[in-house]
Design a binder for this molecule. Structure first.
Ligand code: GDP
Length: 440
């Protein structure tokens, strides 16, 4: 995400490379590049200008105390300023009240329903609360169905009254239902329209007045560029919402929306959402996003994701098996599952500094994993544990069972053998040397 902006900033910083100090002259030209990059990324011109003016001031001020590595210094200044611009620190979700009430608003197609599902999943799995989803769209029966399907996927109950055309009444009934069933968070998915219209706004405002939600989250499609900012402003005027959710950051999205919306409505961005799977919702961290925009990679997120999935007992077991040269297809499969749990492979790799840009045009899909998994699944446990017994007739059966051809299976087994050989070589290294590997 945000590649185009970070690419452009990259070239802006190149102008500073090799220069001994930040002078007013070279700051001016870099700053112009940065401004152009921001405007190209759909950041409103005035916001971009204010931003770069403050960068200019800060950078020229810095030159006296610090004249080394002007490029890095500029990156730091720009990163700090971008972080500030996007809100400084992350914004908490207010889950007080019993039940806590969260109202979701936005245009049709912005990703409201998908987000409602993701949020329910987040609240359930990360906050340990018991949410109830409410389908308050009284115009589109399909929207109710969609929410029900998502609810089933994440195992969260969905409240709806398909025959009732009074959205306020539905929501009030839903809250009663939540209380009676001990659900402590109610998430209300409201109806959207393709464009801002009075009926929709009044309806959402009526729900707001009737149930006083602690959180009103405005959902906006980050791919809609400058329109996103206008919509954000219109909704804010009517609803005075408590936070913004940027969806569809997985597409070829420009970063401008995050920056412009925050500075226009001055409401925190609380979540970013990328992808249609229920677990692709992330808390919005301004500093990480700024680092990402600048192509510094999102190391912190990556490490956290890895830690979340890391199973120490299993890792120790695996290490022992590798040491004893016993790594087999069964272990391989477990490893694949670990990686898959961490989410989308491409997103994951994009967080590694320097990798994001390189992989943006490459099609890495999780399907290549599926093929490998299918092959391993077609093996018997005995074959997985003793890869050596896989003879030509077994190979034929495994290939047929996984829907792969023999050549693909052979290649996979060959790669697996190579990997094992590599592990063997590593095992022969003295302990100290191995332990030091991977550390800088
Ligand atoms: P609503 O009309 O606001 O409720 O929007 P939906 O939740 O129905 O989403 C509209 C479309 O966008 C659907 O096809 C979703 O699958 C898709 N969508 C929602 N969120 C995301 C996202 O973060 N990334 C991508 N790529 N698609 C999304």
């Amino acid at each position: 995400m945000f590649e185009s902006l970070s690419d452009k900033l990259d070239s802006a910083f190149k102008n500073l490379k090799g220069q001994g100090r930040i002078t007013e002259l070279n700051v001016a030209s870099t700053v112009k590049e940065i401004r152009r990059a921001l405007v190209d990324a759909d950041v409103n011109y005035k916001i971009a200008k204010d931003f770069t003016d403050s960068i200019k001031e800060k950078a020229t001020g810095e030159k006296v105390i610090n004249s080394i590595s002007p490029g890095q210094l500029m990156v730091k200044i720009v990163k700090d300023e971008l972080t500030e611009l996007m809100g400084g620190s992350e914004a908490e979700l207010d889950l007080s009240g019993n039940p806590a009430i969260i109202l979701i608003a936005g245009l049709q197609g912005s990703g409201k329903t998908t987000f409602s599902g993701k949020l329910a999943n987040y609240i359930k799995t990360k906050k340990g609360k018991s949410p109830l989803l409410v389908a308050a769209d009284i115009y589109r029966p399909a929207a109710i169905e969609q929410l029900k399907i998502l609810g089933e996927q994440i195992n969260v109950e969905v409240y709806s009254e398909p025959e009732n055309k009074d959205a306020v009444a539905i929501v009030q009934n839903a809250i009663k239902e939540a209380k009676s069933k001990n659900k402590n968070v109610v998430i209300i998915d409201t109806a959207g329209r393709l464009a801002i219209d009075e009926v929709m706004m009044t309806e959402v405002a009526n729900i707001k007045n009737a149930v006083s939600p602690k959180e009103i989250l405005f959902v906006v499609d980050s791919m809609t560029g400058q329109d996103a900012v206008n919509t954000a402003a219109a909704f804010n005027q009517r609803l005075d919402y408590s936070g913004v959710v940027l969806t569809k950051l997985d597409g070829d999205t420009r970063g401008g929306a995050a920056i412009s919306i925050k500075s226009t409505v001055n409401k925190p961005i609380k979540f970013v959402s990328s992808g249609e799977k229920m677990d692709t919702l992330d808390v919005f961290y301004p500093e990480r996003m700024a680092q990402r925009i600048l192509g510094m990679g999102d190391i912190v997120s990556l490490v956290e994701k890895a830690q979340e999935q890391f199973d120490e007992v299993q890792a120790a077991k695996l290490e022992k098996r590798i040491r004893k040269n016993q790594f087999d297809f069964e272990d391989f499969k477990t490893q694949l599952q670990q990686i898959k749990k961490m989410g989308n492979l491409k997103d994951l790799m994009g967080m590694i500094p320097g990798v994001g840009k390189q992989i943006k045009d490459i099609d890495i899909n999780d399907d290549s994993f599926k093929g490998i998994e299918a092959m391993i699944n077609s093996m018997t446990v005995e074959e997985r544990r003793n890869p050596d017994i896989i003879n030509p007739s077994r190979k034929q059966r495994i290939a047929a069972g996984s829907g792969k051809d023999l050549a693909e299976l052979n290649q996979f087994i060959k790669q697996f053998d190579q990997m094992k050989n590599m592990m063997k070589m590593m095992n022969k290294m003295p302990m100290g040397k191995l332990a030091g590997m991977g550390k800088k």
